[in-house]
Each structure stands twice: as structure tokens, then as C-alpha cells.
Design a protein around this ligand. Structure first.
Ligand code: UDX
Length: 460
């Protein structure tokens, strides 16, 4: 048996999944593993393009090999159509993944010893089981949400959701007496606003659940301090967070920045260097959020009205359909707009005062790990739960209230920014939490120990 395990890492095809699984891969390399990082061709091409097509330079000699498999859809297909994408993945990728593993063995002499599969890609665990290699699950969202998924039969029995996964009435409920209350209005699979999609996502989750039993290890991007109740509810689930990029050498295209779908605009770091300590509002909504024109205008005017410096990420890529004009009244003199930021580096910059976020789980963990208070603006899926957790359980952020037209007005934006920035207690809670989270990564920290145990198992 080899001392150097080769681990095949398989994220779902989205930035919020590729990022944490790439950081996990980098950790595994530090502990002596080789990685085959498998994404769909569509995602792979974006990753390579974001690096200026320098794949060969970046990965030569690397212990992380980037490999792609077609998702089965044509180049112009709408990959935001959840059903089409995941049907196609399920119909096309399993056979190709199995073939890839076989070819690696025959052509390159590479023996894959374990598959680490994202929750949405757990079909791959069937392949691991079939060919007799190890399998592990990686859950990129909050542990509480896996606890929720595991409780689906009970939620139906208790009349909290119907058999299509939709909440029966609006109420709060607890998974166990010590579990923080959850709101039926933030059940993640029901927060898809395309008609019929909630049911499709729910069915997909139900389909994924039995595969989890094939995984010997369940790893989660969380920490014990963050979600103690969820982790004691699911003792098999081991926290390995926070998964943070190391920025020591990350000024250009290096292995450290592997896995970005867009090219990072590093000029914002120089701009941040010019701003006073704890003065800048950082505004970013992850990789999928879309605004309508009116809301975009209110946000622009709200940022202007705060009269504070701001750094705002406005994605402009062809598939994000987000090309909206800034309002004429918007001067933007105090701010900087970029298409894609080096977010983790931005959040750790001393000039940052608060984070206006959609509360994707990676953004949540990254903000918390840097002690930055939140202004929560959830858009879809788990982001509503994350917002509730940030505001009501951790108490390190505030949400925005919509007006009678469902719009978050520019006055509301200014008002909430002022409130968060003047709340010293919130800032100090955020700092305490940051220290707790980072302690998990030190020698002897829970996440660090869990990762050690996982590596030892990989090497067995
Ligand atoms: C998706 C879902 O939308 C989210 O709800 C789920 O929790 C994870 O998968 P996404 O919307 O992209 O993710 O948000 P998030 O989880 O926050 O991940 C975005 C990642 O992109 C973060 O790691 C963030 O650091 C990075 N990012 C974002 C950048 O590097 N630069 C940016 O300008 C914006």
C-alpha cells in the first residue's frame, strides 16, 4: 500500500463548492496526499481562463491535477436550470468518472484510493463502493442543514413539511431540545423561486441521502464553536473549518489561487490600503445572485448615501446577466467597484468595517473568521438560514427590511449600515467568535485534529 494516497475530489459545479473543496485539497497536499480535482468541463474552462490559460505553468509539478468531465449539456445550455443540469450530470458523469479512474490506472499508473464527494455529487460514492476504494462526504453548507436533511422523514411525520418538501404552515421548530429554533420559512430547498424547482431540489436531496451511508467519513465546512448542537445531533459529521486560503504567496497566478471562476481584481487591495482603519463597507453577493434593475439602483444610492467608503463586487460575466446601468445620481466617488475580488484577502484587510452579504455559507464562514459584522441580504437556498443564524443565534449581524413593494430602499441600507457600524457590542462579539474559529486550525484544535485523523485513515 502506498504512503502517498491519491484522493479524487469532486465538487458540485459552482464557485461556492469548488472553493472550499480546493482549499481542502491544498490541506491534503500539505499532509502528503496527491489530488485529482475533477470538475465539469464548463467549470474547468472557467478556472483555466481565470488564470490566463496558464494551466500548464500552474499545475506542472503540482500535486493537484485538474481534470474535467463533460456534464453532458451543450455549450449554450442554461446551467442555472437546476433540473437540466443535475439530470444531465447523473446521466453522463458516473460512467465517465469510472472510466477516468480506470484510465488513470492504466495510462498513468495512478491508483485513486479515495473519492471525496460533495453532498450534491454523492452518486460518486456508489462508484467508490463498486470499485472497492474509500469514500468520504464533504458537506459545504452549515452542519445544521445536513441535520435538517437527515430529519426529512420526521419533518413529514410531524406535519412540518408535506411529502413534496414544502412547509405546511409558517412556524418555528427544533430538531432537538437544544437545537436553535429553525423557521419553516428558511427551509433551504424551499427557497428556490423558479416555479416547481423547490420540489425538484427536495427530490434531489431525498435521492442523495442513501448515498451518504456509503461514506465512511462525513466532513463539514463548519466548526464546533459555530454549530455545537448540529454536530452533537450528527456525531458522524466532523468539522474541518474554517477552510481559508493562505495568502502568503498569492499575489499572482499561483497554486494558492487555484479554483477561482473569474479573474480577481487585485487593485482593490491597493485601494483598501489607502482607506482608514475599519471604514470600508464590503459589498459582495457571491457567484450566483442576480439583482433586478430597481433593487440595483437602490443599492447604489444606498451606498452613496452612507457617505462612507465602499468596495462593491458587481459581476459582469456573460452568463451572469447582471449588466445593469448605475443610476445617473450615483457618483461613486467614495467607492470602488470590481468585477471579482480576492474576497478572503479583502475580508482580512484592516480597512474593512462590515460585510453586506448574500450569506452564502463560504462568505459567512469567511466573514466570521475575520471578525467582520454582517448586513445580511439573502437571495436563495441556504442563505436565509445562514442569515437567521448570523443575526439571531450568533448576533453578529442585522438583516434588511423590505418596503411594501418588496424593495430594500436606499434609506434602509444607510440606516442599517449606520446601526451595525455603531454597535460596539456586535463588533466585539464578532472578534470573540473570530478567535474561537481560528483556534480550530491550530495544533490540537478540533478541526486540525479531525483533518489529522482523516489523513491517517487515508494513509491506512
Ligand atoms: C453557493 C450558494 O449560492 C450558497 O448559498 C451556498 O452556501 C454555497 O454555494 P455562492 O453564492 O457563490 O455559493 O456564495 P458563497 O458560498 O459565499 O461562495 C462564494 C465564494 O466566492 C466565496 O468563497 C468567496 O470568497 C468567493 N468570492 C466571492 C470571491 O473570491 N470574490 C468575489 O468577488 C466574490
Amino acid at each position: 500500500m502506498s504512503d502517498v494516497p491519491t484522493v479524487l475530489v469532486l465538487p458540485a459545479p459552482a464557485q461556492g463548492h469548488v472553493n472550499p473543496m480546493m482549499i481542502l485539497s491544498q490541506r491534503l497536499v500539505e499532509y502528503g496526499c496527491n489530488i485529482i480535482f475533477v470538475t465539469t468541463e464548463f467549470i474547468h474552462n472557467k478556472v483555466i481562463t481565470s488564470m490566463g490559460n496558464q494551466e500548464a505553468d500552474v499545475t506542472t509539478g503540482s500535486r493537484i491535477k485538474l481534470v474535467s468531465i463533460p456534464d453532458g449539456l451543450g455549450p449554450d445550455a442554461d446551467r442555472n436550470n437546476f433540473r437540466e443540469l443535475f439530470d444531465s450530470i447523473l446521466n453522463n458523469m458516473p460512467a465517465k468518472l469510472e472510466k477516468l479512474i480506470e484510465e488513470l490506472r492504466l495510462k498513468d499508473g495512478v491508483i485513486v484510493s479515495c473519492i471525496v464527494a460533495d453532498f450534491s455529487m454523492t452518486w460518486a460514492l456508489e462508484i467508490a463502493s463498486k470499485i472497492g476504494i474509500k469514500g468520504a462526504l464533504f458537506h459545504p453548507f452549515a452542519a445544521s442543514l445536513l441535520a435538517l436533511n437527515c430529519s426529512i422523514p420526521r419533518l413529514i411525520d410531524d406535519g412540518i413539511i408535506d411529502s413534496n418538501g414544502l412547509p405546511m404552515t409558517r412556524k418555528t421548530f427544533q430538531l432537538s431540545p437544544s437545537f436553535p429554533a429553525m423557521d419553516t420559512d428558511s427551509i433551504w430547498w424551499a427557497k428556490i423561486f423558479v416555479p416547481g424547482s423547490a420540489n425538484e431540489v427536495f427530490n434531489f436531496v431525498v435521492h442523495c441521502m442513501p448515498h451518504l451511508e456509503l461514506a465512511e467519513w462525513w466532513l463539514c465546512h463548519t466548526t464546533t464553536d459555530l454549530e455545537p448542537e448540529a454536530l452533537s445531533y450528527l456525531p458522524k459529521l466532523l468539522p474541518i473549518g474554517p477552510l481559508l486560503r493562505s495568502y502568503d504567496h498569492d499575489e499572482g497566478v499561483t497554486e494558492r489561487s487555484l479554483g477561482q471562476l473569474w479573474k480577481k481584481d487585485l487593485s482593490c487591495i491597493n485601494w483598501l490600503d489607502q482607506q482608514p482603519h475599519a471604514s470600508v463597507i464590503y459589498v459582495a453577493f457571491g457567484s450566483t445572485t442576480l439583482f433586478d434593475n430597481k433593487q440595483f439602483t437602490e443599492l447604489a444610492l444606498g451606498l452613496e448615501l452612507t457617505n462612507r467608503p465602499f468596495l462593491w463586487v458587481v459581476r459582469q460575466d456573460s452568463d451572469c446577466n447582471n449588466k445593469m446601468p448605475l443610476p445617473n445620481e450615483f457618483k461613486g466617488n467614495q467607492g470602488k467597484i470590481v468585477k471579482w475580488a480576492p474576497q478572503q484577502k479583502v475580508l482580512s484587510h484592516p480597512a474593512i468595517a462590515c460585510f453586506v452579504s448574500h450569506c452564502g455559507w463560504n462568505s459567512t464562514i469567511e466573514g466570521l473568521s475575520n471578525g467582520v459584522p454582517f448586513l445580511c441580504w439573502p437571495y436563495i437556498v441556504d442563505q436565509f438560514f445562514d442569515k437567521q443564524y448570523i443575526c439571531d443565534v450568533l448576533k453578529v449581524g442585522l438583516g434588511f427590511d423590505s418596503d411594501e413593494n418588496g424593495l430594500i430602499s436606499h434609506e434602509e441600507i444607510k440606516d442599517k449600515v449606520d446601526k451595525v457600524l455603531s454597535d460596539e457590542n456586535m463588533r466585539s462579539r464578532a472578534h470573540v467568535l473570530k478567535e474561537k474559529l481560528l483556534n480550530n486550525l491550530k495544533d490540537g484544535g478540533t478541526s486540525s485534529e479531525n483533518l489529522n485523523k482523516f489523513i491517517n485513515w487515508l494513509k491506512e
